[in-house]
Ligand binder design. Structure first.
Ligand code: KIV
Ligand code: NA
Length: 265
């Protein structure tokens, strides 16, 4: 089957076709999500919360990320496979290169995602210089939860919004090929999506980004704790899981998800 690559996503941005992404942690779901039309599979470090049962993403190790990435890779045929660098795996460029090597060589990842802005530009530059495609992640950074003090919207004031704009440009200039914006005001996410050449995938960031991502367990109402208010359970009203995921893809493509109620700001 035709592979979905980073250039495919860039072309989708150009023709304003929204990109449908979901998190995925194992092979059976990888096959199912692809069958439902999901274009990007993200092995997120939300693994720590929805699979491992931790309160945060911090305990997840590079070994665990590599294992789950390899599981997803076995189910994948054409979707772009992105894996998160876990907490502190990108603390230095050297560590980031080593961790990306594991995710790509042992895990089969095609792109790695790391949290942070201007402070990690040199790391992003070195990764891309070595042939590692990089996805940035700005706004709410779950790996910084103990510094942030809670899962809250970011970029709500002038200085905060300016910092995110500046970081987004810095990541693009350093070579990032994709950007996730988490929990930022819809207007800011729209502005950044228009400003950047690279595609922007939103979560809790309104409907005007170049694509959407949700945590799989939130999209199916499987997470036993409170799912975030920006998410939606697509299972009710559908006969099968693949139909429910198909409804998510349809809602992303038609820009009916997220609706105003999922974008509080
Ligand atoms: O770990 C994850 O699931 C993520 C997405 C929510 C973007 O980083
Ligand atoms: Na993550």
């Amino acid at each position: 089957p035709t592979q979905i690559g980073i250039s495919t996503l860039a072309a989708m941005k150009q023709r304003r076709e929204p990109i449908a992404c979901l998190t995925c942690y194992e092979a059976s779901f990888a096959q199912l999500l692809e069958r439902a039309g999901v274009e990007v599979l993200l092995v997120g470090d939300t693994l720590g919360m929805v699979v491992q049962g931790h309160d945060t993403t911090l305990p997840v190790t590079i070994e665990q990320m590599t294992y789950h990435t390899a599981c997803v890779a076995r189910g994948r045929q054409r979707a772009l496979l992105i894996a998160d660098l876990p907490f502190l795996a990108a603390a230095t460029p050297e560590r980031a290169l080593a961790a990306a090597g594991r995710l790509m060589q042992e895990g089969g990842a095609q792109m790695v995602k790391l949290e942070g802005g201007s402070a990690i530009r040199e790391t992003v530059r070195q990764l891309t210089a070595q042939g590692v495609p990089v996805c940035g992640h700005l706004g709410l950074l779950p790996q910084s939860i103990h510094r942030l003090g809670g899962y809250r919207y970011q970029g709500r004031d002038h200085a905060g919004a300016d910092a995110i704009r500046h970081d987004a440009l810095a990541l693009q200039a350093a070579g990032a090929g994709l950007l996730v914006l988490e929990c930022v005001p819809a207007a800011l996410a729209q502005e950044i999506s228009l400003m950047l050449e690279i595609p922007v995938i939103g979560i809790g960031a309104g409907v005007e980004t170049d694509g959407q991502v949700l945590v799989l367990h939130d999209a199916l109402g499987l997470y036993p704790h409170r799912s975030p208010s920006f998410s939606r359970n697509f299972l009710p009203g559908h006969e099968s899981v693949v139909d429910a995921i198909g409804a998510y893809v349809q809602a992303v493509k038609s820009r009916t998800f997220p609706a105003a109620e999922h974008s509080p700001i």
